[in-house]
Design a protein around this ligand. Structure first.
Ligand SMILES: [Mn+2]
Length: 279
């Protein structure tokens, strides 16, 4: 197998895998700088610069996990609704495995979340991002990477969406967040609220500071350091996470390639986080 065909260590047989990795190379609504369509394969390739063993979790993808990277969904450009339908149907076909999608822009969360929500109606969302993504529309468009969390809030309620790292949004978006008290709540509090209910975790990598992650469409100063994010997600390990995505790497905006490696390493560590509790 060519090394970039799958994420390192994720070459197990599909039928026995408990996590299915899915590339969603879609950036059709990207408002400022597109390019995240190139992320899934860039991340797979960069993953071979990492080890399969994580010292943080003392686990090895190859030995301790059973993951199948099924490759990318083929999505048409210029037809957002059709692209979303294709991603939804693909996600639906992978359940009840835990779906780990790699974007693509943030709108790819919507079809996967819809599919996962149908199986787990009591699901909560935990959202890491620099941006609130709660606009009702963006430049007249209801389906955009700037509106994705608003659309998710119409499926579950806004008070079931906990957001971390947000540092950019409109006054209206901030009013929504404030009235629901859902920003940067201590983990101990949200763990009490969520309990053993299912959780979908979505990580827009621009939650990281542009100094360590410049390779993204809408960089926003004032973000997390790498270990801050890892320490945080490590604490999510005993939650009932049933689906996860990592979005918004645009590899070409960081010619050093470091952003792509950061993305691959965040994903490697997330595999251990979401594997800690089985469905
Ligand atoms: Mn963002």
């Amino acid at each position: 197998m060519a090394i970039s065909n799958c994420f390192i260590g994720c070459n197990k047989e599909f039928k026995n895998a408990n996590i299915a990795v899915l590339g969603l190379p879609f950036d059709g609504t990207c408002s400022y700088r597109p390019g995240s369509r190139f992320a899934p394969n860039a991340i797979r390739e960069a993953s071979y610069g990492l080890e399969t063993y994580s010292p943080v979790f003392d686990m090895d993808i190859d030995e301790d996990l059973y993951i199948c990277d099924i490759g990318d969904v083929e999505v048409p450009f210029g037809d957002t609704k059709k692209a979303l339908d294709i991603m939804y149907n693909k996600a639906k076909s992978l359940l009840p495995k835990k779906i780990f999608s790699i974007g693509g822009e943030h709108l790819v969360t919507l079809p996967v979340f819809q599919a996962v929500h149908e199986k787990y109606p009591d699901i909560f969302l935990i959202h890491f991002d620099a941006h609130a993504d709660l606009r009702d529309d963006y430049l007249g468009d209801k389906l955009s990477h700037a509106t994705v969390i608003r659309r998710v809030s119409e499926i579950i309620r806004l008070d079931k969406i906990f957001q971390y790292g947000i540092r950019s949004g409109t006054k209206e978006e901030y009013n929504l967040i404030k009235s629901n008290n859902t920003l940067n709540r201590p983990l101990s509090e949200i763990k009490k609220i969520i309990g053993n209910n299912p959780v979908y975790l979505t990580i827009d990598l621009d939650v990281l500071d542009p100094s360590i992650f410049p390779g993204t469409g809408t960089p926003e100063p004032g973000g997390f350091a790498y270990m801050q994010l890892i320490d945080f997600i490590k604490e999510l390990g005993n939650m009932n996470i049933v689906g996860c995505d990592v979005v918004e790497l645009s590899p070409h905006y960081d010619t050093s390639g470091v952003s792509t490696i950061v993305a691959a390493k965040v994903i490697r560590e997330l595999f251990f986080v979401i594997s800690q509790k089985s469905i």
